[in-house]
Design a protein. Structure first.
Length: 337
């Protein structure tokens, strides 16, 4: 993960909203009226998206008109964590403040929920939604009943209890996290998040340690308990979802629920990824979300389609019907991003 926004052609700024000033990294303007809004998950920040941005540059298909937001309570945006409805309005306000009347929204985990809320509340302005391992009904069940529902998503239940312990430690939590980072224990603790944690750059686990905010995490969890997923029936744009087959925070029932709620929903399952597919396999994630980058078409009612893509090492085998990965395969027959 990169911390140098300028290297990526982004500038840092604070944008006033109704929930307070929001820290944003924005830039790479193309003259398009459509922003590419990036929303990280809990225990993340705008930096979560740097592997994906770097991968797009390497492919020669750079993402443009980026608006990468630090959600309230994380990164450089102070808390408190607002209600989901207020947060969706704030995201739209940031895009408009930067001169974009329309947007595509891409969110990871918690950010995926917010992305869908934005599309539901602003259907005319949202041209497409991309979600990477979005938090679903399983996460909300554990949030409501951490013990009774723990068997549904034990990995997430474990994280909830870890966050509660860190919050109880108060000021002592930060030195503990620094110690875990120095001794690389944090990499072992992050094992449920990745398919191959030993292959993940240490900078990634270090960034996760830096972005652990127990108070913000638990506040977001509490606010999610009353979330009405039925709101997403208002989403009229294409929704493309990608998750790792080894994601411990998203269950099969979540996917079936999205198929029922969303008019135009396709999911790609990356067979060799965990919860952070956009970090472990950024090229394949770009490819899975190709409709989002090209999003100027009308929605097409259909049943959800599921693709499974397997990538191991330098070689790739796919059960998907898509062509082999290449810049041309990603862009054709789509217009440039």
């Amino acid at each position: 993960m990169d911390t140098d926004a300028a290297r990526l052609g982004l500038r840092q700024m604070l944008v006033p909203t109704a929930v307070g000033a929001v820290a944003v990294r924005a830039g790479r303007g193309s003259g398009s009226p459509v922003a590419t809004v990036l929303l990280h998950g809990a225990a993340g920040s705008w930096r979560t998206w740097t592997p994906l941005i770097d991968a797009s540059d390497r492919l020669g298909l750079p993402l443009s008109d980026i608006v990468a937001i630090d959600l309230p309570g994380w990164g450089d945006t102070p808390g408190p964590v607002p209600d989901p409805a207020d947060l969706a309005v704030a995201v739209a306000a940031v895009a408009r403040a930067l001169g974009y009347p329309r947007w595509r929204v891409v969110g990871h985990s918690l950010g995926g929920v917010i992305a869908l809320d934005v599309a539901a509340r602003f259907p005319r302005e949202t041209v497409a939604v991309g979600v990477v391992s979005p938090s679903g009904a399983g996460v909300r069940a554990v949030s409501r009943h951490p013990v009774l529902a723990a068997a549904r998503l034990p990995g997430f239940a474990g994280m909830v209890w870890a966050m509660r312990i860190l919050r109880l430690l108060g000021p002592a939590a930060r030195p503990l996290l620094r110690l875990l980072r120095r001794t690389r224990v944090i990499r072992a603790l992050a094992r449920p998040l990745f398919r191959h944690p030993s292959a993940v750059d240490p900078a990634v686990s270090d960034a996760l340690a830096d972005e652990i905010r127990p108070t913000a995490f638990l506040a977001a969890m509490r606010s999610s308990r009353a979330h009405d997923d039925g709101l997403w029936r208002r989403v009229v744009c294409p929704v493309r979802s990608v998750r790792g087959a080894h994601d411990v925070f998203v269950g099969p029932r979540d996917t079936r629920a999205w198929d029922r709620l969303l008019l135009d929903h396709d999911e790609t399952v990356l067979a060799d990824s965990g919860h952070f597919a956009h970090v472990e396999q950024p090229v394949e994630t770009l490819r899975a979300l190709r409709d989002v980058w090209a999003a100027h078409r009308a929605p097409r009612p259909r049943q959800g389609r599921r693709e499974i893509v397997t990538v191991r090492g330098a070689s790739a085998s796919r059960s998907s019907v898509w062509p082999a990965m290449s810049p041309q395969a990603l862009s054709t027959p789509r217009p440039p991003v």
